[in-house]
Design a protein around this ligand. Sequence first.
Ligand code: ZN
Ligand code: ZN
Ligand code: ZN
Length: 145
Amino acid sequence: MSDATSVEHIEAMLRARGGRVTSTRRATIDVLVAGGHHRHLSADEVADEVRRAHPDVAESTIYRTLSALEELGVVTHVHLGHGPSTYHLADEGHRHLSCQRCGRVTEVPAWEFAELTTHLRETYGFVLSEEHFALIGSCRACAGA
Ligand SMILES: [Zn+2]
Ligand SMILES: [Zn+2]
Ligand SMILES: [Zn+2]
């Protein structure tokens, strides 16, 4: 796991942005760091994992914590399909390709979208938020089947 995803790094980022590091925030960050960048957990799944380690923390507190961490730019959410949105650590920016058949999520670097975002802005004045939703399609395995 890289330094960028260490709990210490994230807590330092939180403090730098004026956020306090509470025990619930730490527990929530622990769950997301344990997932690295490659797990995308719904709020319910985050709450379940936090409560497994800290049964005394109320679910509502964990949902509020997720929103607070998102406002502070430490966590982001993405919609991968029809289900609930999923949370993960904010990073330098990866995007998502989501398979509508098997549910596999492929992460791709943000620059893959550079040409499209520039074109849409210049042609239509439209600023694309391609980080907010996954592109939906069929993964290599499903497309070949
Ligand atoms: Zn991701
Ligand atoms: Zn697939
Ligand atoms: Zn959203």
